[in-house]
Write a protein that binds this ligand. Structure first.
Ligand code: NAP
Length: 340
């Protein structure tokens, strides 16, 4: 039985990946911060199926112990301070986890299990302010925030460790991917939540936004610039690409994305249509929420992943939005029931 260690198993991708690897017959280990495991998280339902190893990516000793305990054949390094916007306020911590954490892991692999295959989570944010559209593995990076800069550092170290020490480390340059497990502070999930509130007739939502106000207030969901467009895919499809990268003969870097652009306006349209409503009656664009764009148009050219990994997305944008809205309806119904 193959053994896999996942850092960031409580996150969106980590939890879907754990499910996928269990289905493939792997013995799965997860490196988790102790305080995170004891509150409800995306992997709570897997508690009796995976081995949890407590540790923090900012502690080299925790990483070494996890490698020694798990003795992994495959390692998926997904742990990250994963909010680009928040990385401005948490720049040193972001570099510590997303940059140094990765290097500590590669060092640990070099000494403890040099035969293990490693997947590292890079990001399309690394392209930042680029003029080249679409982006592929050869597109130069131009990071525009501390999150992206830390990801570029770790990404370059993947190549350096691969070439210098002969380690099998592959980097996935993943474009935005969403799901019902995205936290509520992401705009995609806010829209799904807004549509669910509208469907259930919730005029003032129980969940609050970053300013401490109901996400839906007096029946309206306030958003910033609705013309922003992104290449959004479904997370379950993307974790399969991670696994495929480690099944190749050689380690390499791969761009993973759908190659399709959608605007926030379309996302609103699909979300509210899914519950039989018109989005214009429920969404307002608030100029106060319009933020200057950090990144240029990011659109994946994932032809290498399609040809080499034989990977392609299976869930359409519209289907993904529908799944997210349905999950929010179930969640809000439970919340309302609990409050009675
Ligand atoms: P996520 O849901 O935010 O999960 C991040 C995970 O990292 C959580 O399990 C979190 O654990 C863990 N973590 C954070 N700091 C840690 C630390 N100091 N020590 C140990 N664990 C720590 O992120 P995701 O969406 O699944 O993304 C997975 C990876 O892909 C991340 O590296 C992200 O940057 C990258 N990525 C994501 C996207 C996307 O669109 N989702 C796109 C490109 C790249 P806690 O439960 O303790 O917080």
């Amino acid at each position: 039985m193959k053994r896999a260690l996942i850092t960031g198993i409580t996150g969106q991708d980590g939890s879907f990946l754990a499910e996928f690897l269990l289905e493939q017959g792997y013995e799965v280990f997860g490196l988790v911060r102790r305080e995170s495991w004891y509150r409800p998280n995306n992997a709570s339902h897997l508690a009796d199926k995976v081995h949890i190893l407590f540790g923090d990516m900012s502690e080299g000793i925790d990483i070494s112990s996890a490698l020694q305990d798990a003795k992994p054949d495959e390692i998926y390094n997904l742990a990250s301070q994963s909010r680009p916007g928040e990385s401005w306020a948490r720049a040193p911590e972001t570099l510590m986890i997303n940059g140094m954490g990765a290097i500590r892991l590669f060092e640990g692999v070099r000494h403890a299990c040099p035969k293990a295959r490693v997947y590292h989570a890079s990001s399309s944010e690394m392209f930042g302010r680029t003029n080249i559209i679409p982006q592929n593995e050869d597109t130069p990076f131009n990071p525009a925030n501390p999150y992206a800069a830390a990801k570029v550092y770790a990404h370059q170290m993947v190549r350096i460790y691969r070439e210098s020490y002969g380690l099998f480390i592959s980097s996935g340059i993943l474009f935005n991917h969403e799901s019902e497990r995205r936290p509520l502070h992401f705009v995609t999930q806010k829209i799904a939540y807004g549509a669910a509130c509208a469907k259930l007739g919730v005029l003032n939502s129980l969940d609050l936004n970053e300013c401490g106000h109901p996400i839906v207030s007096e029946g309206k969901l306030a958003l910033g610039n609705l013309e922003i467009s992104r290449d959004w895919g479904y997370a379950v499809d993307f974790v399969k690409a991670m696994w495929l990268m480690l099944q190749q003969e050689q380690p390499d870097d791969f761009v993973v994305g759908t190659g399709e652009l959608h605007t926030l306006r379309q996302l609103c349209q699909f979300a509210y249509e899914h519950v039989g409503l018109g989005w214009q009656d429920h969404v307002v664009s608030d100029p106060a929420l319009v933020r200057p764009l950090e990144t240029s148009q990011t659109l994946a050219d994932a032809s290498k992943a399609r040809h080499v990994l034989n990977w392609q997305p299976t869930v359409t944008f519209e289907q993904m939005v529908g799944k997210m809205v349905d999950a929010q309806i179930v969640r809000i119904e439970l919340q309302l029931r609990d409050r009675k």
